[in-house]
Design a binder for this molecule. Structure first.
Ligand code: CA2
Length: 166
């Protein structure tokens, strides 16, 4: 069975593609989910893609990732800027975490410039729309490969690796 990546989405991201396309683009969350599943398959990974408007639900999912997932991709939506609970859960889970945002937080209001998630994340991607989720999967794949005892890669995965400098 392929290693699983949890892809967790926070409040209001279910509205993607319906409003504010000038900020968040026209892709729906279902479009992003499908693109993630396809890219994960090419990388030899599986995805478990979820969205919730509830902070506690997201904390439960982060805890659930321990023992079930090899890493977490998270767009915590507005909780990014407010949630110490999500920060603490990400710290406790001891997995690689890639934070993703569709919009460029630093080109927006000042309150979006601070992220509690970033303090607990391995890396952060923002401003690239849905493509950021795919880059996050690539990043987790590369981190996995560097683990001692990681299995050898298939030709297909090597081809994808060739797109990157290291
Ligand atoms: O850029 C991102 O991905 C954000 O995480 C999106 C959050 C925002 O609070 C963060 O600061 C940055 C908001 C998600 C709400 O998405 C909507 C989509 C369409 C219509 C209304 C909201």
């Amino acid at each position: 069975m392929a290693a699983t990546v949890f892809i967790l989405n926070g409040p209001n991201l279910n509205l993607l593609g319906q409003r504010e396309p000038e900020i968040y683009g026209r892709e729906t969350l279902a479009d992003i989910e499908a693109a993630c599943a396809a890219r994960a398959q090419a990388l030899g990974l599986e995805t478990d893609f979820r969205q919730s408007n509830g902070e506690g639900r997201m904390v439960d999912w982060i805890q659930e990732a321990r023992g079930k997932a090899v890493g977490i991709v998270i767009n915590a939506g507005a909780y990014t800027h407010t949630s110490v609970a999500i920060h603490d859960a990400l710290k406790a889970v001891e997995l690689p975490v890639i934070e993703v945002h569709l919009s460029n937080l630093f080109a927006r209001e000042e309150f979006r410039h601070h992220s509690y998630v970033s303090l607990a994340a391995t890396g952060m991607i923002c401003g690239l729309g849905g493509a950021g989720y795919l880059l996050a999967l690539e990043a987790l794949h590369n981190l996995q490969r560097r683990r001692p005892g990681a299995p050898p890669r298939s030709a297909a995965k090597k081809e994808l690796d060739g797109q990157w400098p290291n």
